[in-house]
Design a protein around this ligand. Sequence first.
Ligand code: MHO
Length: 155
Amino acid sequence: MKKATFGAGCFWGVEARFRELDGVDDAAVGYMGGELESPTYEQVCTDRTGHAEVVELIFDPQRIDYERLVREFFALHDPTQLNRQGPDFGRQYRSVIFVHDDEQRQVAERIHRELDESGRFTRPIATAIEPVSTFWRAEEYHQQYLARRGGTCTI
Ligand code: MHO
């Protein structure tokens, strides 16, 4: 089993989308990439802690490879929006891939470059590629939020 971590706006919808994939055995939402230890949702929402809302995936590389996850990531949000995703504004909604090792970094950079050069988007890809740091698991009511409450997300 391996881990992958992505930020692509409001984490409710991102978690729901990744959970649908065969080979993704578990997913949890949380915060990464900021200064404060053990941040709360309210703190992250102020855009002062530097964290992004992220989804941490546990996947089986025999059944789904990292490249496929990165392609799904780019497809499920608009990676050209800087510090924003749809109606949600702030650094906490930034588009970011937190890479766990060099191999993940190479795949993420290659697909980022490929998409930038493809002409598929009229604006440059704003997605940051950052080294993984502490995953602060979000409050339980945010876990599988859409599955439990019904409804959809804006992305
Ligand atoms: N605009 C969304 C953001 C939620 S997401 C967990 C809402 O407040 O409903 O950041």
